[in-house]
Design a binder for this molecule. Structure first.
Ligand code: CP
Length: 316
């Protein structure tokens, strides 16, 4: 199946052939960037055709938004960004779905969107006559983060198949956890999770997934540990667990890294609440690949943009 003109909302849409296409192009871009500090010369200029990518972010973001902007800049695709309601006509009472419709009427070639599940924006974006890429939607999915995570595991360990991935923390409210479960398990990884009872996921797809109540036991089992942020903004009625209690039982520090072993790797989609989810010393351990996830996110997103826009890419 081809990516051209296709939207991406869920990791479930990515067939093995599509994942291979993204990864081989992302690797081409990363290798070329490491050698020459640029990738734009790999893209045929006439296929760019003044393409414009619009980014509309109704929830805060550092990595996803800037990573798409960086990816587009490296390719030579122009970007338009709306991410601050206070400087937009949202502050005059326009709704997010009307805002999206108005930006769509400016006719970008592709749009990256981030919004909360309760924003009722899905109906609007699904009407648009150009491809949409999810930049993370509420607690539902974050498929490009899952691609960056899978690419990082493959880069570190040579494969995803057979890896034992332990997802730690607020799985219940994490869109990344849902997209990782779908993508990594279809790529042949074994997934387990470890969370306090307050953060045990309720979706059906998690019902048959291995659960560790003890972080130590989970890390003894795992080859990859993926810590998650505590998604406080989604805990509408609070949770019966203090930050201190969470830190005591679920923070990954040096003692926990020992259980992961010399070959294990530590991931986190970011933003990390340093000292709560991961200790400062574990953040600087060589097994911590969080900044590699960020770097890889740029090349994976550049690959995805180039495939969706059907840009002609050649090896140098
Ligand atoms: N991983 C991720 O989605 O980070 P941001 O919220 O900063 O985009």
């Amino acid at each position: 199946m081809s990516f051209a003109d296709k939207s991406l909302f869920s990791s479930d849409q990515l067939s093995p052939e599509m994942i291979d296409q993204v990864f081989s192009r992302a690797k081409l871009f990363k290798d070329e960037f490491q050698a020459k500090k640029r990738i734009d010369h790999l893209v045929r200029k006439d296929s760019l055709n003044q393409m414009v990518l619009a980014l509309v972010f109704a929830e805060p973001s550092t990595r996803t938004r800037m990573s798409f902007q960086m990816a587009a800049a490296r390719l030579g695709v122009r970007t338009l960004v709306l991410d601050n309601p206070a400087s937009a006509s949202l502050s005059k009472g326009e709704t997010w779905d009307d805002t999206l419709r108005n930006i769509a009427a400016m006719k970008p070639d592709v749009m990256v969107v981030r919004y909360n599940n309760d924003l009722d924006a899905d109906a609007a974006v699904k009407e648009f006559p150009f491809p949409i890429i999810s930049g993370g939607i509420g607690t539902a999915e974050h498929p490009t983060q899952a691609l960056a995570d899978a690419f990082t595991i493959k880069e570190s360990h040579g494969q995803v198949k057979g890896e034992k991935v332990l997802i730690v923390g607020d799985v219940r409210h994490s869109r990344v956890a849902n997209s990782d479960l779908s993508l990594l398990s279809r790529m042949g990884a074994e997934i387990a999770y470890c969370s306090p009872k307050e953060f045990v996921p309720s979706h059906d797809q998690w019902k048959s997934i291995k659960y560790f109540s003890s972080l130590d036991e989970g890390l003894d089992w795992a080859s990859v540990a993926m810590a998650l942020r505590i998604q406080k903004e989604r805990h509408q009625s609070g949770v019966g667990l203090s930050v201190a209690e969470y830190r005591e039982q679920y923070r990954i520090g040096n003692d926990q890294l020992k259980r992961l072993g010399d070959k294990g790797i530590l991931l986190h989609p970011g933003p990390v609440i340093r000292g709560v989810e991961i200790s400062a010393t574990a953040m600087s351990d060589s097994r911590c690949k969080i900044l590699d996830q960020v770097t890889n996110g740029v090349f994976v997103r550049a690959a995805l943009i180039s495939l969706i826009l059907d840009l002609e890419v050649q090896k140098s």
